[in-house]
Design a protein around this ligand. Structure first.
Ligand code: FES
Length: 125
């Protein structure tokens, strides 16, 4: 199985790893088949901009690399922009993933959406 340098970089040096203090949106998703779990923490300000983001992934290397890349892609963005993040965009930013690892990027997309969902619920939307 071949991984791109970008994937290996984000796997061995993950960005934004860990919980975010004062996060107002927390999402958790899992894949029943592989058993991997991904948690996403966002801190959204009054202008609905994601000021801080963090993740915790109990899973495979590709799940760690895609969650790391996803956090980089939504940091500083509005929640609407973050909602439009697709797993394909994450895969492209990583310059590709082996086909059997595409579901890991789906988990990253779902984790972002789940955190935003939680933020909106807490706000009473
Ligand atoms: Fe399931 Fe990677 S093998 S998330």
């Amino acid at each position: 199985m071949m991984y791109t340098d970008k994937v290996l970089d984000h796997f061995s040096n993950p960005r934004n790893m860990g919980e975010v203090e004062g996060a107002n949106g927390v999402g958790m998703v899992g894949n029943a088949k592989c058993g991997d779990i991904m948690q996403m923490f966002i801190k959204v300000n009054d202008d609905e901009i994601i000021e801080e983001v963090g993740f915790k992934t109990f899973g495979c290397g590709a799940a760690i690399a895609t969650s790391s890349m996803a956090t980089e892609m939504i940091k500083g963005k509005s929640i609407d922009e973050a909602l439009s993040l697709t797993n394909q965009a994450v895969v492209e930013a990583l310059e590709g993933l082996p086909p059997v690892k595409i579901h890991c990027s789906v988990l990253a997309e779902e984790a972002v959406k789940s955190a935003i969902d939680d933020y909106r619920k807490k706000k009473g939307e």
